[in-house]
Design a protein around this ligand. Structure first.
Ligand SMILES: [Zn+2]
Length: 367
């Protein structure tokens, strides 16, 4: 047993000369081929976002076979297994994420090319999951007893819109919330980098709606794509500091139906991150204001369409007015009180007539 009161480098020195730890290192070398086979097996099970259950069940089965009889899938879909130490605490989570970024329907078959394995998610986070199983095997086979306990977890929803739902649940709800002392996550290939600081992030989907319309006929109506363009332009001017590192990204933009249609709806997905909470807060406030102002700007630019459809030339307008007036003379609309309805031949009236005719003929090059 190594005293926790020692300095970190002393603990490390003592660990490195421990026969059991040396046996563990040996284990990873002698079992390399088996670990690789396990890596292939787990990556062959599809695990698209929100579709991790089959992989979670497989991992649970592995944990049980290696002696963690209480392994189970929690309410969020995480695979969780406790390896008890001499005492329950401190409790260390050892985790990797089950999901991949690749959508349902992706071919997850693993191919070998010489010493390389190729498959969607083979590194991120197939490596981490293979590591969880290998570490548990090493601990068991080398009879390593720990002071505190280890909680092995394969988490769901780490990627993209999963938005860390598995880890959130683990830490804030369910059986283990409030009982975890420390957390190690294996994510991706390599052992050359350790991330030891938290990074704050906020993600938004901004969806704007308008009345829609025709690019010519309804020009002047508020346009959701234009409004989002204004918001993006504003956001891109944000002076993000390099220290603390702060970033933003409009990662997706969607909306509209056709080149000559004013969209009814458009959306953007935005990701913002910072090493410092106050910087993230500042960026967040800037972004929200940018969207508000962009929407206000777009709305303030709205104007009534005084042109109607393509026949706005003076000569045609005169003819249309004459037609409208003639119609009124022949068949005036009468309200119940006897006064004329719709007597004024305004631009709207002309527009309606021209529009009807053009649509019927179907030959308008502007559509
Ligand atoms: Zn990852």
């Amino acid at each position: 047993m190594i005293s926790a009161a020692l300095a970190p480098d002393q603990i490390l020195r003592e660990l490195l000369v421990s026969p059991q730890v040396r046996a563990c290192f040996q284990f990873f070398e002698t079992q390399a081929a088996e670990i690789t086979e396990e890596h292939i097996a787990i990556c062959s099970i599809p695990a698209p976002p929100f579709g991790e259950s089959e992989r979670a069940a497989y991992l649970c089965e592995k944990f049980r076979a290696l002696g963690l009889s209480e392994a189970k899938v929690d309410e969020e879909g995480n695979c969780v297994a406790l390896r008890r130490g001499r005492s329950f605490s401190p409790l260390l989570v050892v985790s990797a994420h089950l999901d991949t970024v690749f959508p349902a329907g992706t071919d997850f078959t693993v191919r070998r090319e010489q010493n390389r394995l190729l498959a969607p998610g083979i590194a991120d986070d197939g490596c981490g999951l293979a590591a969880l199983i290998a570490i548990l095997r090493a601990l068991e086979e080398c009879s390593i007893e720990t002071e505190g306990s280890l909680l092995f977890v394969g988490t769901v929803g780490e990627e993209g819109e999963g938005n860390l739902r598995g880890v959130r649940y683990l830490l804030t709800e369910g059986e283990w919330a409030g009982r975890i002392d420390s957390f190690i996550s294996f994510d991706g290939p390599g052992i050359d980098r350790i991330t030891n600081a938290a990074l704050g992030s906020r993600r938004y989907r901004v969806r704007l709606r308008g009345t829609g319309g025709h690019s010519w006929g309804d020009f002047g109506a508020a346009n959701p794509v234009h409004a989002l363009g204004r918001a993006i332009a504003r956001l891109s001017t944000y002076p993000a500091p390099t220290n603390p590192r702060t970033t933003f990204n409009v990662g997706r933009i969607e909306g509209g139906a056709s080149v000559n249609v004013i969209p009814r709806e458009a959306l953007i997905d935005v990701d913002m991150r910072s090493e410092a909470a106050e910087e993230l807060q500042r960026l967040d406030a800037f972004f929200r204001r940018a969207v508000r102002e962009a929407v206000d700007d777009e709305n303030s630019q709205r104007r009534a369409n005084l042109y109607g459809h393509p026949c706005h030339h003076a000569r045609h307008r005169r003819h249309i007015r004459q037609l409208a007036h003639a119609g009124r003379m022949v068949r005036p609309a009468r309200a119940r009180d006897g006064t004329e309805k719709g007597a004024a031949c305004d631009a709207g009236c002309c527009k309606a007539k021209v529009k009807g005719k053009r649509q019927k003929e179907g030959g308008n090059p502007f559509y």
